[in-house]
Design a protein around this ligand. Structure first.
Ligand code: NAD
Ligand code: TYD
Length: 340
């Protein structure tokens, strides 16, 4: 591959993926298409301005003319679609942007790629499309889709479009579905960066319900390595699950964060639960191990310590991304639920 086009490259996972690709190949041309929503931050790729093999194009994946123009100009060997509205709580407050970007945006991108005969397309999806697990069992690639939130249903709709394009048009699309990511550059609205940022300022952390919900945590770099492996060795039409083999109840995660930051448990505040809150996600990633020779490498203890250190050292980044629109969101989401 000499050119790839990444969408949503200024977000959390996209920017980590671009950094990984640059590490792997200094000569790879990377085109990054990003609308720069509240979650997109040029600072996440600071230093790339001077990289002659990196091109940033500000725009919307739902803008057919803009996307077709870029594909014509650069003829990428692969398109990797990270661009999305990605936060469940925001999708509960307003699902409109989720339908627009996650579903319509994906459809526009698929049509443009099909028209331009792009040789490889990878849809970055989520384990949340499978719905919720009880105490037992794991999601496999065969688990029926049963999304429960506006976010996960919009991601599932996009996955179904990719599937339909593969089936109907022989489109060379793949789908990867990963569990909850953590690591540097994650917007401080998701639980780990939000709690770290609050605790660093001795602020309370809002645990939804009783904190019994379970997530399977994977370091963003392992997820990005998985996407890279799928791009290189995956088969068109296939789905690959990635997970971290690291299930934790939210309350146990919270206590680990408190301990690592040497903060008292009195900073925990149990708040009204998220409506429709999925109980448990857990991933069977044996297919990716077998077919892509991929497995997660970063253990949670080490990854979490590094992530905490990153947020400590990048308080200015947190401050800047939290300004403006985010303050309004925080007030809407937690204003009357969290005490001072
Ligand atoms: P993020 O919210 O940090 O970043 C999303 C990026 O997409 C931002 O840079 C934003 O500006 C851009 N964007 C949004 N709408 C756009 C549009 N219409 N056109 C162009 N760019 C647009 O999200 P993230 O956590 O990095 O997630 C990236 C992808 O991975 C998403 O598709 C998400 O569903 C998926 N995913 C995330 C996780 C996780 O734990 N964060 C887990 C599994 C899968
Ligand atoms: P989140 O980081 O929003 O990811 P997702 O909803 O995609 O899994 O939430 C992870 C878990 O943490 C989820 O069970 C909800 C819970 N949570 C809280 O308890 N408090 C919070 O303030 C947030 C943002 C999440």
């Amino acid at each position: 591959m000499n050119t790839i086009l990444v969408t949503g490259g200024c977000g959390f996972i996209g920017s980590n993926f671009i950094r990984l690709q640059r590490e792997l190949d200094p000569n790879l041309r990377i085109i990054n298409v990003d609308k720069l929503t509240y979650a997109g931050n040029l600072e996440n790729l600071a230093g790339f301005e001077n990289d002659e093999n990196y091109v940033f194009a500000k725009g919307d994946i739902g803008d057919a003319e803009f996307i077709s123009g870029l594909l014509e100009e650069w003829s990428p060997a692969a398109v990797i679609n990270f661009a999305a509205e990605s936060h469940v709580d925001r999708s509960i407050l307003d699902s409109g942007p989720f339908i627009q970007t996650n579903i319509v945006g994906t459809q526009v991108l698929l049509d443009a790629c099909r028209k331009m005969k792009i040789p490889r397309y990878l849809q970055v999806s989520t384990d949340e499309v499978y719905g919720s697990l009880g105490a037992e069992g794991l999601f496999t690639e065969e688990t029926p889709l049963a999304p429960n939130s506006p976010y996960s249903s919009s991601k599932a709709a996009a996955d179904l479009l990719v599937r339909a394009y593969c089936h109907t048009f022989g489109f060379p699309g793949m789908i990867t579905r990963c569990s909850n990511n953590y690591g540097p550059y994650q917007f401080p609205e998701k639980i780990i960066p939000l709690f770290i940022a609050n605790l660093l300022e001795d602020k309370k952390v809002p645990v939804y319900g009783k904190g019994e919900n379970i997530r399977d945590w994977i370091h963003v770099r392992d997820h990005c390595r998985g996407i890279d492996a799928a791009l290189r060795n995956g088969k068109p039409g296939e789905v690959y699950n990635f997970g971290g083999n690291c299930e934790l109840r939210n309350i146990d995660l919270t206590k680990r964060l408190l301990k690592a930051l040497d903060k008292p448990e009195s900073l925990i505040e149990y708040v009204t639960d998220r409506p429709g809150h999925d109980l448990r996600y857990a991933i069977d990633c044996t297919k990716a191990e077998r077919e892509l020779d991929w497995r997660p490498e970063i253990d949670f203890e080490t990854g979490l310590a590094e992530t905490i250190a990153w947020y400590r050292e990048n308080a200015g980044w947190v401050e800047r991304v939290r300004s403006g629109e985010y303050r309004e969101y925080y007030q809407k989401q937690y204003g009357d639920r969290l005490s001072e």
